[in-house]
Design a protein around this ligand. Structure first.
Ligand SMILES: [Zn+2]
Length: 213
C-alpha cells in the first residue's frame, strides 16, 4: 500500500497514460471478521462496539448471555483513531484488553485509513439479520398476537400487495410472499439473503398503508 500511495499505478485512458495513487479508506467486512482485523473484542464482549465507548451490559437470553447496548444519556463517548492507537499500544504492553482494544492491528499503519470510521456497520448482520428480522418477528410472530403492533392477521392483504409489486427491470429478483421471507435468514446463503431483502424493502411501506386503511 505504501508503494501504491507513493508511486500509484499506471493505466491507459484512450491515448493517454495516467497515474493513479491508491489508498484503502473503507473496510466492509463481516461483523465476526471485523474484530479479527482490528485486533479487538467481538460485538458480544465488553466494549465490543467499534464506534463508541459504551461498555455494554450482559443480560441472560435463552440458555446463555448476550451483550446489549442500551440507550443512555449522555451518549457514550465516540471512539477516535488516536485514542484507539493509544489503547492498542497500551494493550500490547500490558498483554490485556484496553476498552475492547487487544493489540496493534496492521491496519493502523495503512496510509489515510481511519480505524474507526473506516469500518462500517455490516449490512447482512446489522440490517438483514438484525433490524429486519426483529421487525418481521414483532409484526408477524403469533406470540405477539395481543400486541397493538401485531399484523399477522392481515397477511393475506400484505401478500397480495407484495406479490403485485412489479419492480423495475434493473431488479431481477422476483417478489415473494411473507411466508417465504419468514425463513430464518441465518439458514440462507448470502445470495438468498439479498433476494429476501428485496421483498422486505417493500414490506414497510405496505404495512404502513394497511395500518392506516
Ligand atoms: Zn457504540
Amino acid at each position: 500500500m505504501e508503494v501504491l500511495k507513493e508511486n500509484g499505478l499506471q493505466w491507459i485512458d484512450g491515448d493517454q497514460i495516467r497515474t493513479s495513487r491508491v489508498f484503502a479508506i473503507v473496510s466492509a467486512c463481516d461483523a465476526v471478521a471485523r474484530p479479527m482485523l482490528k485486533d479487538s473484542t467481538q460485538f458480544n464482549g465488553k466494549y465490543g462496539c467499534d464506534w463508541c465507548l459504551h461498555p455494554g451490559e450482559r443480560v441472560a437470553k435463552g440458555n446463555g448471555f448476550v451483550n446489549i447496548y442500551p440507550h443512555e444519556e449522555p451518549l457514550a463517548e465516540t471512539r477516535h483513531p488516536q485514542q484507539w492507537e493509544d489503547d492498542a499500544i497500551q494493550a500490547s504492553q500490558d498483554g490485556s484488553s484496553v476498552r475492547g482494544v487487544k493489540g496493534v492491528s496492521p491496519l493502523l499503519f495503512l496510509p489515510f485509513f481511519n480505524i474507526i470510521s473506516g469500518f462500517v456497520p455490516e449490512y447482512m448482520h446489522a440490517v438483514l439479520l438484525g433490524v429486519v428480522r426483529q421487525f418481521m418477528t414483532l409484526w408477524f410472530d403469533s406470540s405477539y398476537h395481543c400486541k397493538p403492533w401485531y399484523i399477522g392477521t392481515r397477511k393475506d392483504i400484505l401478500n397480495s400487495r407484495l406479490l403485485s409489486i412489479r419492480p423495475p427491470k434493473e431488479i431481477t429478483q422476483v417478489m415473494e410472499s411473507l411466508e417465504t421471507v419468514a425463513i430464518p435468514l441465518s439458514l440462507l446463503k448470502a445470495k438468498c439473503v439479498f433476494i429476501k431483502i428485496r421483498a422486505k424493502q417493500y414490506v414497510i411501506p405496505i404495512v404502513n398503508t394497511v395500518e392506516t386503511d
